[in-house]
Design a protein around this ligand. Structure first.
Ligand code: NAD
Length: 480
């Protein structure tokens, strides 16, 4: 069986303990590879390698660093098909989605920061002739980057690309649930000639390998994407050590559909924003609010379309909904469907595990599920389910839907559907979310800040901000 290896000091190596964890193919419900069960000792070696590489990497001309990162991006493109298939097998997502979104976005993350660093500038402030201030921004040292399973290579590169471009070296840990593409990525780094120790990838459990990175005294900056509860733990460890911290966390995003929307566009995009990647995108709209006058029409059309979605083998062309990522995650989602019914909700589409034939007979497939009849305050509408489950609720007026939308502890993203320009701006300004899409969803400009408000995260990253995040500012004031 294939054994994934750690990538430390430029080499693919086994974990010190020799222990491995099972890695499942969720579409088959079977173990298909093994992943290092790394611990503190592996992290120690990785941090040491990253520290040793820092001097050379941080003083390397930006153009040279840029060339290497671009070379890695080229290799991602060259290996597009292989990486997309690996991601689909590891994660359960439809191959088509990995081909169209995950892998191209991984290479554009690398390219964006490879070129951004060439234009990165810091500021100078002249105080009316009395003094001049200039700010330097220098890399911080070894960055710790920890990523989740839902968009494995995409979110992994989203963290490491700005850290490396800014001149830091990195110790990274991908999710233990979907480690394969990060492993293949380490092979591409070797092929691209990335100097040894610049990027180190340690595989393993969050509480063990991840925690060892967070608490390591020689890792002064942490960029984390994952669940809110994990983020809270990480902050509790990192804050007393005065580490610089960026947390991109969970969401419970509203999708608000006004009566004056372009109905067909709202309907079709809502299918994607609800069920893309089996609803396992932090930006999915899991609470749909529809204005009363079009509620019945929307609900009927939505249910009909959702029932027609093909749940199937992720590797097959026609599949729209693949497997959810793991058995425990499937159980968690099913427990929320049960809870929704206990809270008075009515399942109007889906609601069950889907049994497939053949190779996928034991896979973790769920029917896309729609629930009506719940109020906005119940647990189903307050907690993140992170699966192919949405609720739909009617509303009468703007203020009412704003109250519903803003009622959760999260504030990651929101979608608004209206043809009324003034309303679009007005509602967008009042929503407490870090990202608002008007008449679209998941449209992404890498130059913009990315991240959530409230318990969806702190230390928003994106564009220049991410480069700044991974540097330390120093102001020098000169008397004229
Ligand atoms: P998770 O929090 O369970 O795990 C995320 C990563 O953290 C994994 O690599 C895990 O091994 C590691 N980890 C766990 N405990 C740790 C610890 N004590 N110390 C250090 N690392 C630790 O999240 P998940 O289940 O992998 O991902 C799903 C969650 O991620 C959802 O809540 C989703 O909304 C969120 N997410 C957020 C964004 C965003 O940009 N805001 C993007 C994608 C996913």
């Amino acid at each position: 069986m294939k054994k994934i290896q750690n990538y430390i000091n430029g080499e693919l190596v086994a974990p010190k303990s020799g222990q491995y964890l099972d890695n499942y193919n969720p579409a088959e419900g079977k173990v298909y590879s093994l992943i290092p069960d790394s611990d503190k000792e592996d992290v120690e070696v990785a941090v040491k390698a990253a520290r040793a590489a820092f001097e050379g990497w941080s003083t390397m001309p930006a153009q040279k660093r840029s060339d290497i990162l671009n070379k890695i991006a080229d290799l991602i493109d060259k290996n597009h098909d292989r990486l997309a298939e690996a991601e689909s097998i590891d994660n359960g997502k439809p191959l088509k989605l990995a081909q169209r979104v995950d892998i191209p976005r991984a290479s554009s993350n690398m390219r964006f920061y490879a070129t951004a660093i060439l234009h990165f500038a810091s500021e100078s402030h002249n105080m009316d002739g009395e003094a001049v201030n200039y700010t330097t921004r220098t890399p911080m040292g070894v960055a710790g980057c920890i990523s989740p399973w839902n968009l494995p290579l995409y979110l992994f590169t989203w963290k490491i690309a700005p850290a490396l471009a800014a001149g830091n070296t990195v110790v990274a840990k991908p999710s233990e649930i979907t480690p394969m593409t990060a492993y293949l990525f380490s092979e591409l780094c070797i092929e691209a000639g990335l100097p040894k120790g610049v990027l180190n990838i340690v595989h393993g459990l969050g509480a063990k390998a991840g925690q060892s990175i967070i608490e390591h005294p020689d890792v002064p900056v942490i960029s984390f994407t994952g669940g809110t509860a994990t983020g809270k733990n990480i902050a509790a460890t990192a804050a007393p050590m005065f580490k610089k911290l960026s947390l991109e966390l969970g969401g419970k995003n509203p999708n608000i559909i006004f009566e004056d929307c372009d109905f067909d566009q709202a309907l079709n995009t809502s299918i994607h924003s609800s069920f893309a990647n089996q609803g396992q995108i932090c930006l999915c709209g899991s609470r749909i609010f529809v204005q009363e006058s079009i509620y019945e029409k929307f609900l009927n059309a939505f249910v009909e379309k959702v029932k027609a979605l093909t749940v199937g083998d992720p590797l097959e062309d026609g599949t729209k909904v693949g497997a959810v990522v793991s058995e425990p995650h499937m159980q968690k989602i099913m427990s929320y469907i049960k809870l929704a019914q206990e809270e008075g909700g009515k399942v109007v589409a889906g609601g069950n595990r889907k049994k497939l034939e053949g190779r996928c007979a034991d896979g973790y497939f769920l029917e896309p599920t729609i629930i009506t009849g719940l109020n906005h305050q119940c647990r189903t509408n307050q907690e993140e389910i992170f699966g192919p489950v949405v609720t739909i609720m009617p509303f009468k007026e703007e203020q009412e839907v704003l109250d519903y939308a803003n009622s959760t502890a999260y504030g990651l993203s929101a979608t608004i559907w209206t043809e009324n320009l003034k309303r679009a701006h007005r509602v967008a300004h009042q929503l407490k979310s870090g990202i608002i899409w008007v008449n679209c969803w998941l449209v992404r400009d890498l130059r913009t800040p990315f991240g959530g408000m409230k318990q969806s995260g702190v230390g928003r990253e994106g564009g220049w901000e991410a480069l700044r995040f991974f540097t330390e500012a120093k102001n020098i004031c000169i008397k004229l």
